[in-house]
Design a protein around this ligand. Sequence first.
Ligand SMILES: Nc1ncnc2c1ncn2[C@@H]1O[C@H](COP(=O)(O)OP(=O)(O)OP(=O)(O)O)[C@@H](O)[C@H]1O
Length: 300
Amino acid sequence: MTTHENVVEVRELRKIYGHFAAVDGIDFDIHRGETFALLGPNGAGKSTTIEILEGYRDRTSGDARVLGVDPGRGGLDWKARLGIVLQSSGESGNVTVIEQLRHFAALYPNPRDVDEVIAAVGLQEKAGTLIRKLSGGQRRRVDVAVGIVGRPELLFLDEPTTGFDPEARRSFWDLIRTLQSEGTTILLTTHYLDEAAQLGDRAGVIAGGRMVDLAPIGELGGADARTPLVRWREAGEQREQRTDAPGALVAALIDRLGPEPDALEVIRPSLEDVYLDLIGRETSTSDDAEPTTTETEVAR
Ligand SMILES: Nc1ncnc2c1ncn2[C@@H]1O[C@H](COP(=O)(O)OP(=O)(O)OP(=O)(O)O)[C@@H](O)[C@H]1O
């Protein structure tokens, strides 16, 4: 039997603003060494949750333990074991990349080598550049570098790759895989479901402050949500059927309707389809909902 050491434990966590429950009683654990993705639409309560766990925000009720400590009471020793990449950086930017990294490295007992961290985020050529002169995506990489320079046991990544170009995102994934192989526990929020699929072991999906599903990434939504869907037109009507044997159904349709059934499609629900199903229709009006293409197949 395997037992998991929980690096994060959250029970009935609530955050109420006035009469509004931003986080409305959620439970989850994060095991040592795993990457847990917190997914959900804008305003779902992800950042509020993560900020409570980082010790930046009070909770209204419920219980939270991070590395065995109540985050509302964590001291400097506890903070030194965390790496934090906030959703938006508050960088003034009047220092160079290497100065910034050296400054933060000096705050930790066992920091990584600053040059290695700068190389890991692909900023070697910008090491001597003032942060305010960097592009948005490059500044985000500085945020990530600051988050990992202290060799954290637990790394919080709140939408870490927003603004990254595709190549930078791939390099970032490689960097995270290195951290994972070193045993770092990671809590990741992202709107990029391919990123969650690439990096995450398990995911929690939050909507309206509640956890609507929590499962290994490949099992979100349950088996039925991933059953292939066959669609076709017959006698002027759109027809569809879910089946685990789409080939057999297509063969039967060909027998019945001829070699090219009208508008025939076999759809294997992507993580994005499953996710959109989970969070329901109310979020489809969200101003910056993620694209609804089906290109983000679960990759692990
Ligand atoms: N200080 C605050 N006072 C009042 N309401 C707040 C405050 N901070 C956050 N909220 C509200 O709490 C809800 C959850 O916000 P939160 O930032 O946690 O969402 P999120 O899931 O991180 O969203 P996004 O994906 O847009 O980052 C939102 O409706 C937000 O408006």
